[in-house]
Each structure stands twice: as structure tokens, then as C-alpha cells.
Design a protein around this ligand. Structure first.
Ligand code: PEP
Length: 255
């Protein structure tokens, strides 16, 4: 049974130096390490992963990665492999974030990355989400296809190495059109569970589902309570330790 809420901070390409990254992590860890009902994962830019890993004490606040390539080594300039992350002791990686998809990452590449990360022993936080919502509900088909495509190289026995983050692109980042409603997120968490149920013949509840997109200290609690999600993927608000601490504390109270 999943009891802890999973709260992942995606730091994107912030902050600009290691000193700030370490200070933010220490401030977040101070609060996160006191919370019994929350698992916190901070995903910094690659260059800070080693530094932050050294600051980890215990299991409540750990370090993940924002991306990984689909081969473990080779002529792939600028890429970081899942085996490299694994060798640093990183346990989870975000794959298929919409900001990477917007820069040309295709469903095919996402699916190869998912399979490679799982093979390297990492837990994959797979991001899915529509760019916009249409009246006919085609976005539901799109999300379910994104999921099926991304998981085509994953065996059912490895589904326990997956976390699915529903991130509607229109609700992410500073260009967000609006925050998603708790009903928007609920609708898709049900869809994701159904898609898993279709794929593995079980009820699909074994895979944790996160919501992400303009989460802040005010709406975090509502998403956790009303959208049937197991946690949150937080971008901008995870870079402000005070705001992120409020989100973590809210999550701690929603058992
Ligand atoms: C994200 O980058 O995954 C994200 C959800 O961003 P934000 O919280 O800033 O909308």
C-alpha cells in the first residue's frame, strides 16, 4: 500500500551556481527530513547531482535527475547515461518532460529512454500531458497513446519501477494559460489508471501518479486530496525553499 506522498522538485535549469543549489537543498532537507508521510526527491541540473548527493542524510529527502539518455556509454556528446546516474547512487530520473519534448524529444526517444533507465535500475518518473484541451476529448486519447508508446519496451514485471506524472503543458511554467483544476487532474488520474489496467490486467493502482503544473503552497493540498494522486511534481515553487516547505507540510497532512 502506498502511504507516503511523493513530492518531486524539478529545478529545471536553476540555480546558476553550486553554492545556491547546496543552500536550497539544505533548507529543503531541514523540513523534509522531519516529515514522516512524505518522500521528497529533488532533481537538480546534472552538474549539482554529486554535490547534493553528499548532503543527503537518511531517506526522506533524496536526489534524482531530470533526464537520461538511452545508451549507457558512447559517442553522444552532452548526454548523461542512466548507468552514470546509477553509479552516483541516483535512484530516479524524470523522462519525457514537456520542456524536452518541446525541444524535439519524440515518443520514440522517450520510450527508448524509459526502457534504458529501468534496465539500469532507476525508477522512471514518466511525464505525459496534452498541449491543449479540445472540446471532443481527443486529449484523452493523446495521453493514453503517450503512455502506451513510452511503455512499449517495459515488461509488466517492471511496472513497479514507474511513476507517472500528469503534466498538462498549458498549465506548466510561467507561460501557463491557467492552473489546472482538481477535476482536470482527477479525470486524467482515472484515465492513467484505466490505461494501466488495460495494459496489465490489474486495477492500475500499483503505479503512483503525480500531478504537476503550477503547483504552489495554496493548491498543493487540494490536488492531493481531490485528484486521487499520490504526489506532486513541482517546478518553480520547488526553487523557493520556504514555499516548497509549505507544499511538503501540506502533503504531510493528507494521509
Ligand atoms: C515542471 O517543470 O515539471 C512544472 C510542473 O513546472 P511548474 O511547477 O513551474 O509549472
Amino acid at each position: 500500500m502506498k502511504t507516503k506522498k511523493l513530492i518531486i522538485g524539478n529545478w529545471k535549469m536553476f540555480p546558476v551556481n553550486a553554492k545556491d543549489a547546496k543552500a536550497k537543498f539544505v533548507a529543503i532537507k531541514k523540513v523534509a527530513s522531519t516529515l514522516r508521510n512524505v518522500q521528497t526527491v529533488i532533481c537538480p541540473p546534472f552538474v549539482y547531482v554529486s554535490d547534493l548527493k553528499k548532503l543527503v542524510t537518511g531517506h526522506r529527502c533524496v536526489v534524482g535527475a531530470q533526464n537520461s539518455w538511452y545508451e549507457n556509454e558512447g559517442a553522444f556528446t552532452g548526454e548523461v547515461s542512466p548507468a552514470m546516474l546509477s553509479s552516483l547512487g541516483v535512484e530516479s530520473v524524470i523522462v519525457g518532460h514537456s520542456e524536452r519534448r518541446a525541444n524535439g524529444e519524440t515518443d520514440d526517444v522517450v520510450s527508448k529512454k524509459v526502457a534504458a533507465a529501468i534496465k539500469a535500475g532507476l525508477t522512471v518518473v514518466l511525464c505525459v500531458g496534452e498541449r491543449e484541451r479540445d472540446q471532443d476529448g481527443d486529449y484523452m486519447k493523446l495521453i493514453s497513446n503517450q503512455l502506451k508508446s513510452a511503455l512499449q519496451g517495459v515488461q509488466k514485471k517492471d511496472f513497479n519501477k514507474l511513476v507517472i506524472a500528469y503534466e498538462p503543458v498549458w498549465a506548466i511554467g510561467k507561460h501557463a494559460v491557467r492552473a489546472a483544476s482538481t477535476d482536470d487532474a482527477l479525470e486524467i488520474s482515472i484515465l492513467i489508471r484505466k490505461t494501466f489496467a488495460d495494459m496489465c490486467g490489474k486495477d492500475g493502482s500499483c503505479v503512483p501518479i503525480l500531478y504537476g503544473g503550477s503547483v504552489d503552497a495554496k493548491n498543493a493540498w487540494e490536488f492531493l486530496l481531490k485528484s486521487q494522486v499520490d504526489g506532486l511534481l513541482v517546478g518553480r515553487a520547488s526553487l523557493d525553499p520556504k514555499v516548497f516547505a509549505e507544499i511538503l507540510k501540506a502533503a504531510d497532512t493528507t494521509k
